[in-house]
Design a protein around this ligand. Structure first.
Ligand SMILES: [Ca+2]
Length: 265
């Protein structure tokens, strides 16, 4: 006897997956009603592990999906999707407002200590932060290894290459290689508002250098050094007191860094 598997509304047609009923019973498959109302079969972890033991899916006909077709007028799924889109955009806007203001916008969005949503929100943000740091550390390791092969000294004139020039010439000095980390961090979703190019200066030997700064903490950014001249690993600016930031900029922003302690003193 063969049975058809369904997971929620996602049907696994018999032509793709066929399992013997006695095999399913042996692997703890339970039939139940989903919230979507479809008669379904719940696959537990045991079954998912066991799938590797059954025969390969039988594909009877090739498929050629067109993924981006316009929905038919009045399509039920589209109405459901549209309602979710409106709520998602509304909540996202409210979350952004809550992030820049302590004012409560909506009790469901405002994460008070007693809110049932606090725990998952904190887990999400903590995991995201850890993943970003791991990603950035991996990037530092990668770019510094690439610098060994692609560091090219400027001539008599200090030239700041564009990103495209750096790629076309197969390398550059620190200000060209830095563009790889500057662009890559933004491409990976670190947020343009958090990633800047920076000119840094070391007074002891009158040396200037170019690094990327990741402002995870607005007051003390991570230093992403393309060549390792300033730091081998990923460290905070405050951990490198021999160096001072001078300029912070992007393609369309330009800021001068002032030492507030020196100004107030
Ligand atoms: Ca250069």
């Amino acid at each position: 006897m063969r049975v058809q598997l369904r997971m929620g509304s996602l049907r696994l047609a018999p032509k793709f997956i066929n399992l013997r009923a006695d095999s399913l019973a042996g692997m703890g498959v339970l039939a139940h009603e989903t919230r979507c109302g479809a008669k379904s079969v719940l696959l537990g972890g045991v079954l998912l592990m066991g799938l590797g033991c059954v025969s390969a899916p039988q594909v009877e006909a090739p498929v050629d999906y067109r993924y981006f077709e316009r929905p038919a007028p009045g399509e039920a799924w589209s109405r459901k999707i549209e309602r979710w889109q409106l709520r998602e955009k509304r909540d996202h806007t409210r979350s952004e407002l809550a992030a820049v203001s302590s004012a409560t916008v909506d009790s469901r969005v405002d994460a008070t200590p007693d809110s049932p949503s606090t725990e998952l929100r904190e887990k999400y943000e903590s995991f995201r932060a850890a993943q970003r740091q791991d990603l950035a550390r991996g990037l530092v390791e990668w770019i510094q290894s690439q610098a060994l092969d692609h560091y090219i000294e400027d001539g008599a004139i200090d030239h700041w290459a564009t990103f495209e020039e750096t790629l076309q010439t197969n390398g550059d000095d620190c200000d060209g290689l830095e563009l790889l980390t500057f662009h890559l961090l933004r491409d990976l979703g670190f947020g343009e508002e958090n990633i800047y190019r920076a000119v840094v200066y070391r007074r002891s030997d009158d040396q200037h250098h170019m690094v990327t700064l990741w402002f995870e903490d607005p007051s003390d950014p991570w230093v992403i050094d393309p060549t390792g001249a300033m730091t081998k690993g990923m460290r905070k600016m405050s951990e490198l007191p021999d160096w001072a930031p001078v300029k912070v900029f992007t393609e369309d922003r330009d800021y001068t860094v002032l030492n507030r302690l020196r100004i107030s003193g």
